[in-house]
Design a protein around this ligand. Structure first.
Ligand SMILES: NC(=O)c1ccc[n+]([C@@H]2O[C@H](COP(=O)([O-])OP(=O)(O)OC[C@H]3O[C@@H](n4cnc5c(N)ncnc54)[C@H](O)[C@@H]3O)[C@@H](O)[C@H]2O)c1
Length: 335
């Protein structure tokens, strides 16, 4: 069974590639390396001792991407390719709409043309109106606070419409909560360019001495310690969720949205302390103003994922922090 991973050289894609190869799947990676390093491909091969084909291609470029469908007989696509920086998306909305939406539309057109029926899409908890509830179920109203979130919500709608028009399609829209951590080898990991947007890469850069201190946005939230609470999920658990979704696609048609989270919330300070314990390093921090659009607390309902995918997250926060540190320590300058 051959799985095409768009954006497969990225953080979540590379971890999913490893788990797929370990389970005996054949994979093809299509990535333009706009936010990743080609070196990751060799790391995946070293970890798994397996090989695979890759294409350096922009998946929003129909003619270029079509060559992959002509050459490879694809069973299922996992569509990771897209830009993901929330702040940047607000500053450069057209760049985000153009890349994220055109990638999705081009992919669906090619799937329809070449008879590829199964697709798993990287959606996000950013599609929820997280101001209405702390426990977010797949039924929670949808609404976004930034362009990035809208590219995910619109892509979900495009997939749903495509599945309605072509009843042979099987689409799983996976709404990730906050993926953190790394493969146990420490050879692949989250490697953002410049100042990280997300909490864990920021903390690991402080720990390694590349950044002076962590800025904690707001300490007056209605939470246990005043800092924002989110649901963090180990990236390897997330990767395994995709494999469960591949099995689901074989048996079901239509489009379904499913949360991938742990169902547990941790505050920013709880994450800082867990990281300090795992790494033995002190993380200096300062409280700064709240970020626009941030809410007190939210975490995933995991019931649907358990029911329909038979999947649940296994790793705890200690392992998430220890593995993030292991990656940063072994790769202080990234790839
Ligand atoms: N990391 C998170 O916190 C998070 C949370 C929710 C959803 N997601 C989504 O999951 C997916 C994967 O996230 P990630 O953290 O691995 O991001 P990432 O940036 O590490 O990986 C995305 C990959 O897609 C590639 N890419 C981007 N546009 C492309 C294009 N037009 N053609 C070909 N390749 C292209 C990049 O080079 C990169 O390798 C993204 O769609 C992201 O929006 C991520």
């Amino acid at each position: 069974m051959k799985i095409l991973l768009t954006g497969g050289a990225g953080y979540i894609g590379s971890h999913t590639a490893v788990e797929l190869l370990n389970k005996g799947y054949e994979i093809v990676i299509a990535d333009n390396f706009s936010n990743s390093d080609p070196k990751v491909l060799d790391r995946i091969k070293q970890i798994t001792n397996k090989t695979f084909v890759h294409y350096e291609v922009d998946v929003s470029d129909y003619n270029a991407f079509e060559k992959v469908f002509i050459k490879e007989k694809i069973d299922t696509v996992i569509h990771f390719a897209g830009y993901k920086a929330v702040g940047e998306s607000v500053k450069l909305p057209m760049m985000y709409y153009e890349n994220n939406l055109m990638a999705t539309i081009t992919l669906i057109n090619l799937m329809n043309k070449y008879g590829v029926e199964n697709c798993i899409f990287s959606s996000s908890a950013a599609v929820y109106d997280s101001s209405v509830a702390r426990l977010l179920t797949e039924e929670t109203p949808l609404s976004c606070t930034n362009t990035y979130g809208y590219t995910k919500l619109m892509s979900e709608q495009i997939f749903k419409d495509a599945a309605r028009a072509n009843p042979r399609l099987s689409i799983v829209l996976l709404r990730y909560f906050n993926p953190i951590g790394s493969h146990e080898s420490g050879m692949i990991g989250d490697n953002p360019n410049g100042i990280p947007n997300n909490l864990l890469p920021f903390i690991t850069r402080v720990a390694i001495g590349k950044l002076e201190r962590l800025s904690v946005f707001g300490n007056d939230y209605d939470t246990r310690d005043g800092t924002g609470v989110r649901d963090y999920i180990h990236v390897v658990d997330l990767a395994l969720g995709h494999i469960a979704a591949i099995d689901y696609c074989k048996e079901h048609k239509g489009a379904i949205a499913i949360n991938l989270g742990t169902g547990k919330g941790y505050s920013v300070l709880e994450i800082v302390h867990a990281f300090e314990k795992a790494s033995g390093r002190k993380i200096p921090y300062v409280f700064t103003a709240r970020r626009e659009g941030d809410v007190d607390e939210y975490y995933a309902s995991t019931t649907l994922a358990k029911q329909v995918l038979g999947w649940e997250a296994k790793f705890g926060i200690e392992q998430m922090c220890a593995s993030a540190w292991n990656w940063q320590k072994q790769n202080p300058d990234g790839y």
